[in-house]
Design a protein around this ligand. Sequence first.
Ligand code: SF4
Ligand code: SF4
Length: 83
Amino acid sequence: MSELECRPGCAACCIAPSISTIGKAAMLPCASLSDEGLCSLFGRPERPAVCLSLKPSREMCGSSREEALAYLAALEAATAPGT
Ligand code: SF4
Ligand code: SF4
């Protein structure tokens, strides 16, 4: 299977998930996300390991930003502590 490319300007996975190591809440844009939808920590050691390990996939990315946000929101809800 060929590797999927990240969709430019999508940033769904920098918005929907919570990331405890950087205090990022779910469904809010990451503080490190630029107005252009790019990660300002890219290539820096402060970039969370979870972001480094996340790779685009058909399942997660879907065919639009809206699909990706819906998938990631559902995943977040399913894995939120206390649920
Ligand atoms: S959901 Fe997929 S396409 Fe969208 S920013 Fe994340 S990796 Fe890229
Ligand atoms: S640190 Fe960068 S890659 Fe990770 S969620 Fe924030 S903007 Fe996205």
